[in-house]
Design a binder for this molecule. Sequence first.
Ligand code: ADP
Length: 398
Amino acid sequence: MKVLVINCGSSSLKFQLIDMQTEKTLVSGMCDRIGLEGSVLNYKKNGEKIEKKEAIPDHSKAVSMVLDALTDKKIGVIGSLEEIAAVGHRTVHGGEHFKESVLIDENVIKHMEECSMLAPLHNPANITGIRACQKLMPKTPMVGVFDTAFHQTMPPKAFTYGVPYEWYEKHKVRRYGFHGTSHKYVSQRTAEFLGLDYYNSKIITCHLGNGSSIAAIKNGKCIDTSMGLTPLEGLIMGTRSGDLDPGILEYISQKEGISVKEVVNILNKKSGVLGISGLSSDFRDLLDADLKGNERAKLARAAFAYRVVKYIGSYCAVLIGVDAISFCAGVGENANFIRGMIVDHLEFLGVKLDTEANKVCGQEAIISTPNSRVKVCVIPTNEELVIARDTKTIVSQL
Ligand code: ADP
């Protein structure tokens, strides 16, 4: 069985075709700058990269370009679209409605539209991608895998904000959490990798990328996570502020003479390590600058690591202990200096960093010493595989 995984953003569409017998990716790629000048299809097969520069005015065109490439005589990997048994879509906000992945029908799309206010950058783009696929592959079943679903096991005391309860009743204001597909994969894989019983374990997963979040997983269930109603809460991120005093909104709005909407835009796009350093949202740039003596780049990295340490500390308390801590995503998988800064702070937990093992980049490894009481791992995330697996499970039951 072959499953096509689609991750549709507002101006991009990432895809992977996965053979579910071997769980190997046959091809992967991305349509970038959809609706903008300079749009391009990048296609990767057996390590070979192919670039096709062409106008991609909308997501329908992007999907048709991908399907054409997949069935192309020269670069394709399938004879016809019939070979694609199902399409798994990354869907971002499922609100309280979707506690697990679902077969997409009109009702599901309606619920996704209702959640669009809570993820205005993501949900409409996801729906556009689904519609485009439905148009070109009307008979192929489609499955939605929500970023919020894995976190739906959080208890009310963890997802309830200290605000008037009517806000929750009337407007569903609560913590939802994101990156759920990644936290699910990485926590399961951590248990497997370390030989732990997933359903009898305490794991903290740190998804540190451009967007970052952290989750506490007890016996295979998420019990708390750092992102909230929207992906703005929690850790300091590439360009997002993470936690802050809500009083800042009105204060800065008055001081700078800008609307609250503009302040929120700055908190999303010009804050985080970019805002602190005034330099870049990319940790590689911050390391370079720090090595050259840039104090604000140093501060940005320190503040980022400090916030991660604070969350790990609080999640140890929430879990009443911890067996393993795992790092994933762009920063977590590659930035050993950041991992080092974080793990060095956790000696009180009985964590001992193996500095040699911590040099690892982008592959599975244990980076704590053999006698470390708590194991620390690098586990490259694989959201596409979770989406493909869920899709296979759902369509196999049809
Ligand atoms: P996204 O949230 O967009 O999926 P990723 O998980 O791909 O982001 O993470 C991207 C970020 O990872 C980059 O902005 C950069 O800060 C960081 N990163 C990637 N590679 C490295 C590296 N080798 N060293 C340090 N940081 C890295």
